[in-house]
Design a protein around this ligand. Structure first.
Ligand code: FAD
Length: 145
């Protein structure tokens, strides 16, 4: 098996609401568990930033499907690399609503104060997602919307 990590940013087609986020997370949770994909989805009202990890063929197939999803647009690949071990092994799809995050860690990972994932390098996106994952593990990150 060839393990890969993929990170992309996208823009939601319309301002995100609870129903849309819950529908995405519930589908992702079920499907990703079945396919042994792990990852994390961060979002605010208008953007998504997602990391996917798993077998290369399975991750590539999923990414192709995600690209055609009408709930978002302008999906932009920020990072794609082979990895020896997963960095987000705990969740089929962990999540964090950046709107509700006090003391946002955004400033540490980009020069921007608001969440503009298209402007981030792959490395900055990975370090932001890694920090959000840690906050989530410690129970400090809001999820859902
Ligand atoms: P179906 O669920 O049968 O859907 C058919 C088509 O309708 C697809 O094009 C689908 O994209 C679209 N669709 C489905 N539900 C809705 C809806 N409520 N409103 C509008 N269009 C809809 N899926 C995963 O399995 N794993 C993930 O990690 C994952 N991450 C995602 C992240 C984002 C930001 C988004 C927007 C979607 C994500 N999805 C994820 C969902 C993915 O895009 C597909 O919808 C899902 O994989 C189901 O595909 P399907 O072929 O079974 O189609």
């Amino acid at each position: 098996m060839s393990l890969v990590q993929l990170i992309y940013a996208s823009r939601s087609t319309k301002p995100l609401d609870l129903d849309t986020v819950e529908a995405i997370l519930s589908k992702a949770g079920r499907h990703n568990s079945e396919c042994n994909i792990t990852g994390f989805l961060a979002f605010d009202s208008n953007h998504f930033l997602q990391v996917l990890e798993g077998d290369a063929r399975v991750v590539n197939d999923l990414y192709r499907r995600i690209l055609t999803d009408p709930r978002h647009t302008r999906a932009t690949l920020l990072l794609y690399r082979r990895i020896d071990r997963r960095e987000f092994p705990l969740w089929a799809m962990g999540d964090c609503d950046l709107n509700g995050l006090a003391n946002s860690p955004l400033a540490r990972h980009s020069a921007l104060r608001s969440f503009q994932p298209f402007e981030m390098t792959g490395e900055a996106a990975l370090s932001l997602l890694t920090e959000l994952n840690q906050i989530r593990i410690q129970g400090g990150a809001p999820h859902g919307i």
